[in-house]
Design a protein around this ligand. Structure first.
Ligand SMILES: [Fe+2]
Length: 201
């Protein structure tokens, strides 16, 4: 009979995986950041909805999101600037495992708005390449709840204008916990080498 033998407990393993999640604060200047906040508040988001189930993701949630295009103007440019700034750090953070050529594909910038009661259930980002990374850009922090949480037990510290980078694969299960007060704005993006849209470098 086939038996699974676990080398360590899941918790021990996840503690080691934590070393592959990186956090960066003060991503754009205070001026750019306050402008970005204004633009998020003015942005005309679609209705809040529950994600459509597809073959990659079996998630539940409640939020509004839009995939930004260059035609969206200033908000696209500021978010793009933030990601250009963080890209060299990503290569520093994963020095031995990333190819040497630059990521030139991406998922698009998914601008998300979570109202009170908004959330995204536990899942892993598995629709990029094997060498993809996911960036969660937390734009504001003036809300309660809404933590980005890995493996049910590791809440990412909440800071406005901060980015959180993790490998986009099935080991890195995460969720956005329910927002209990206020509105949460974030941008989710994965970067890749083969899949996705051409990234505008
Ligand atoms: Fe995700």
């Amino acid at each position: 009979m086939l038996t699974n033998i676990y080398w360590k407990s899941w918790v021990d393993d996840s503690m080691e995986l934590l070393h592959y999640i990186f956090h960066h604060r003060d991503v754009v200047s205070p001026q750019d950041h306050s402008r970005l906040l204004e633009l998020c508040e003015e942005f005309e988001f679609p209705e809040y909805n529950t994600p459509e189930p597809d073959h990659n993701y079996h998630i539940k949630g409640y939020r509004s999101h839009v995939v930004l295009e260059p035609e969206d103007g200033e908000i696209f440019r500021l978010i793009h600037k933030a990601h250009l700034r963080i890209m060299p750090k990503i290569y520093e953070d994963y020095p031995e495992t990333l190819p040497t050529d630059i990521y030139d594909k991406y998922s698009g910038y998914w601008l998300c708005k979570y109202p009170e009661g908004g959330y995204l259930s536990k899942h892993a980002d598995i629709d990029g390449d094997a060498g993809s990374v996911t960036i969660s850009y937390n734009i504001n922090d003036d809300y309660d709840g809404g933590e980005l949480c890995f493996w049910d037990e590791h809440d990412v510290e909440k800071h406005a204008n901060s980015m959180h980078v993790s490998p986009s694969n099935h080991l890195f299960m995460h969720e956005v916990k329910p927002v209990t007060k206020g509105t949460r704005y974030s941008v989710i993006t994965w970067f890749s080498y083969q899949k996705g849209k051409q990234w505008l470098i």
